[in-house]
Ligand binder design. Structure first.
Ligand SMILES: Cc1cc2nc3c(=O)[nH]c(=O)nc-3n(C[C@H](O)[C@H](O)[C@H](O)COP(=O)(O)OP(=O)(O)OC[C@H]3O[C@@H](n4cnc5c(N)ncnc54)[C@H](O)[C@@H]3O)c2cc1C
Ligand SMILES: *[C@@H]1O[C@H](CO)[C@@H](O)[C@H](O)[C@H]1NC(C)=O
Ligand SMILES: *[C@@H]1O[C@H](CO)[C@@H](O)[C@H](O)[C@H]1NC(C)=O
Ligand SMILES: *[C@@H]1O[C@H](CO)[C@@H](O)[C@H](O)[C@H]1NC(C)=O
Ligand SMILES: *[C@@H]1O[C@H](CO)[C@@H](O)[C@H](O)[C@H]1NC(C)=O
Ligand SMILES: *[C@@H]1O[C@H](CO)[C@@H](O)[C@H](O)[C@H]1NC(C)=O
Ligand SMILES: *[C@@H]1O[C@H](CO)[C@@H](O)[C@H](O)[C@H]1NC(C)=O
Ligand SMILES: *[C@@H]1O[C@H](CO)[C@@H](O)[C@H](O)[C@H]1NC(C)=O
Ligand SMILES: *[C@@H]1O[C@H](CO)[C@@H](O)[C@H](O)[C@H]1NC(C)=O
Ligand SMILES: *[C@@H]1O[C@H](CO)[C@@H](O)[C@H](O)[C@H]1NC(C)=O
Length: 564
């Protein structure tokens, strides 16, 4: 009898295998003929991404230029130009369940072979909406693991996946300025001075275009402006030192266009597909479809004063005094629209760059006096207070000439710091003193808090926050899996320290860790359920799946097999 019972189950399909993606190397992987057919429908040759470091291993990549890689490996814009590169190379590597690490290290004398790791083996270099539609259809028809890769900045490794098929958006570079843009379906009198950026535009290009139009666009501030302006940045929320003045990235989007899993090209704004418009603005990249363009409102330019401060605190007492005076200034400064980036990379280094929009040099100096007085007494004190006519000059002065500062193995942990934590400064001080390194980004408060938490899918925790606080692990390549486990333990420990700031709080999906015990709540708060409903509406078969993204809980830890 037992045997019959089992047979009946097999026949009914109840015990059939779970649905798993078709990966490179599996018998189901598309044939040469399949790829030739795809080739005939797209505008560019198919690409075969490789880790860029492979250029230094002639047996892996005989045509590679190792000198080029060694010269440029630590420059973010060069990395963004390579479809096989992640900005942090640890996301190019793959760790098997048995602990074997598959990687391709820049340092060839470490003695490891160069392997493909986490980098998809083939993909489409999209230049048009039709290219994107062809790639989406190809992946959907064959149930491939689809990876949307823009600049590779992602801190959760979401723009790479082993054995996947890549859709590379980097070369979709069109920018259109529209002085009186009307979202489709909006009343004729709802106009914006807007910039429409195609999926591959990066912030340095968007800033050049805004400058050419005499306008300000709210974007990421990073050396070289390498982060994508219309990709993961916006879809995760998008912060800026100008957010306290003008809101998050998602608050500045008036429309976007997107290719969904069905291959349709949709327009979304407050009037059309408004549920998708809500979800994509903060509900996560690589989750609802492939965004083909984003239309941002721009703002009038205005003067600002930038303050750069650095010093080498000689003791923890000095460091604590500096931080105490600094923290006293906030959240009053964010209420006034100020933003800032503070970094304490080691206990003996302190630096901060503050932006005071529409505030004169004298007023800035007066506002900061108690803080500057403590800094002035510290070792190696540097205090520069510089007025700028407008954003672009400021951007060029502080971010225009990037150094070789990217391309390091990096993982982050973070928390949004609610305003009330600043009222009870002692605990915040203790947390900041105990983390190494620590970064505090004053990219919330002000306008970010004034906008309705339910106006966009982004984590509502942003609306109550005054800052984003982060710690990190940065390590040399070539570590053993056991050494990597120690790094992970440090990050988990730091995460628990951060969680103590505001138990049950939230953080920024784009600058976070993979060790969150409750990622749905921490990344999306009480927006999660609605986001999941919208995800399932537009992507019912789960073509778009990324680590910790909405709907990822339906998949196993490899994100390749659906849980039944
Ligand atoms: C050095 C550095 C500086 C940073 N500075 C800032 C900052 O100032 N402000 C800030 O808010 N964040 C910042 N970030 C975080 C940044 O916002 C995220 O890394 C973000 O995911 C980058 O998006 P991307 O499209 O450029 O990168 P990618 O890694 O290529 O993509 C990120 C995610 O978005 C998806 N995606 C990309 N394009 C599309 C598309 N067209 N359609 C659908 N999905 C897409 C990808 O699949 C992936 O899941 C920084 C990161 C780094 C490494
Ligand atoms: C290799 O790269 C270097 C540095 O970018 C460049 O100067 C050189 O011309 C390149 N060599 C070849 C053969 O392309
Ligand atoms: C670990 O697993 C991978 C993939 O199955 C295999 O190639 C490798 O040989 C294994 N390593 C060890 C040490 O067992
Ligand atoms: C490369 O690895 C070797 C062997 O571990 C080490 O001695 C050397 O310092 C490394 N080089 C660089 C540039 O990190
Ligand atoms: C890019 O912009 C130019 C000029 O506005 C336009 O002619 C062209 O069709 C656009 N290309 C795409 C792919 O949208
Ligand atoms: C547009 O016109 C309507 C009707 O005249 C008016 O109620 C609304 O306030 C106007 N909106 C803007 C943005 O001017
Ligand atoms: C960090 O502090 C040390 C010790 O004072 C100093 O030598 C070093 O130059 C500082 N580094 C930076 C980047 O400021
Ligand atoms: C700047 O300040 C002036 C005078 O206080 C004010 O009129 C103007 O609206 C402000 N501009 C911005 C962009 O805040
Ligand atoms: C800033 O204010 C201090 C007094 O608090 C003064 O000594 C200093 O000259 C001022 N600096 C600038 C640049 O105005
Ligand atoms: C934000 O603060 C308000 C008012 O204190 C509170 O009601 C709300 O729950 C908070 N939201 C989040 C996400 O913390």
């Amino acid at each position: 009898m037992k045997g019959v019972w089992w047979l009946a189950l097999f026949a009914s399909g109840v015990l059939s295998k779970p649905r798993c993606r078709c990966l490179h190397g599996h018998p189901c992987w598309p044939t040469e003929d399949d790829f030739s057919q795809l080739q005939s429908t797209i505008s560019q040759p198919l690409i075969h991404p490789v880790p860029p470091e492979s250029a230094c291993y002639p047996e892996s990549n005989p045509s590679g230029n190792c000198t080029d890689v060694q010269t440029n490996a630590f420059f973010g814009n060069w990395r963004a130009d390579q479809p096989g590169a992640m900005q942090a190379p640890n996301f190019e590597t793959f760790i098997f369940p048995n602990g074997t690490i598959e990687a391709c290290y820049l340092n060839t004398t470490l003695g490891f072979p160069c392997e493909q790791g986490n980098i998809p083996t083939i993909g489409v270099d999209a230049r048009t909406v039709e290219d994107i539609q062809a790639a989406v259809k190809f992946a959907a028809d064959r149930d491939l693991r689809l990876v949307v890769h823009n600049t590779g900045h992602d801190y959760l490794g979401r723009s790479a996946a082993r054995g996947a098929f890549m859709l590379w958006t980097h070369n979709m570079k069109n920018i259109t300025a529209s002085p009186s843009f009307i979202p489709e379906g909006a009343p004729e009198n709802e106009t914006y001075y807007a910039l429409t950026l195609q999926a591959g535009v990066q912030w340095h290009e968007a800033y050049d275009a805004a400058h050419a139009n005499g306008r300000l666009i709210v974007g990421g501030l990073i050396p070289g402006g390498t982060v994508g302006a219309a990709g993961g940045w916006m879809q995760g929320g998008g912060h800026s030192a100008f957010s306290p003045q003008h809101g998050l990235g998602v608050d500045n989007v008036v429309q976007f266009t997107i290719v969904t899993a069905s291959g349709e090209h949709l327009k979304a704004n407050s009037y059309l597909n408004s549920d998708l418009f809500w979800a994509v603005r903060g509900g996560g990249g690589g989750t609802y479809g492939v965004v083909t363009s984003v239309t941002y409102r721009t703002h009038e330019i205005s003067p600002l004063t930038a303050t750069f401060v650095s010093c080498s605190p000689s003791s923890s007492a000095v460091r604590k005094d500096i931080l105490t005076e600094y923290l006293k200034l906030w959240p009053g400064l964010s209420d006034a629209g100020w933003g800032a980036y503070l970094g304490i990379p080691t206990a003996s280094n302190f630096s901060v760059l503050m932006v005071a929009p529409n505030v004169s040099l004298a007023d800035t100096n007066a506002t900061l006096t108690p803080f500057l007085d403590v800094v002035r007494n510290a070792q190696d004190a540097v205090i520069q207070i510089t007025p700028f006519d407008e954003f672009y000059g400021f951007y060029q002065a502080f971010f225009g000439t990037p150094g070789p500062e990217d391309g390091h193995n990096t993982e982050l942990v973070s928390r949004l710091v609610p305003r009330e934590v600043f009222d009870d400064r002692e605990h915040l001080l203790d947390v900041m003193m105990s983390l190494d390194p620590v970064l505090m980004l004053h990219v919330a408060g002000g306008q970010v808090s004034q906008n309705d938490p339910d106006s966009a899918g982004v984590n509502p925790a942003w609306r109550n926050a005054t800052a984003l606080i982060l710690s990190a692990a940065i390590w040399e390549e070539g570590v053993t899996v056991d050494e990597y486990r120690v790094i992970q333990e440090k990050l988990k420990y730091d995460l628990a320290v951060l969680e103590s700031l505001a138990p049950g709080g939230g953080t920024y999906f784009n600058e976070a860790s993979m060790y969150e015990p409750n990622p749905q709540h921490t990344f999306f708060g009480d927006h999660y359920e609605r986001l999941k409903v919208i995800k399932d509406t537009y992507d019912p078969t789960g073509l778009f799946v990324v680590a910790a993204g909405v709907g990822s809980e339906d998949w196993d830890s490899s994100l390749n097999c659906m849980l039944v």
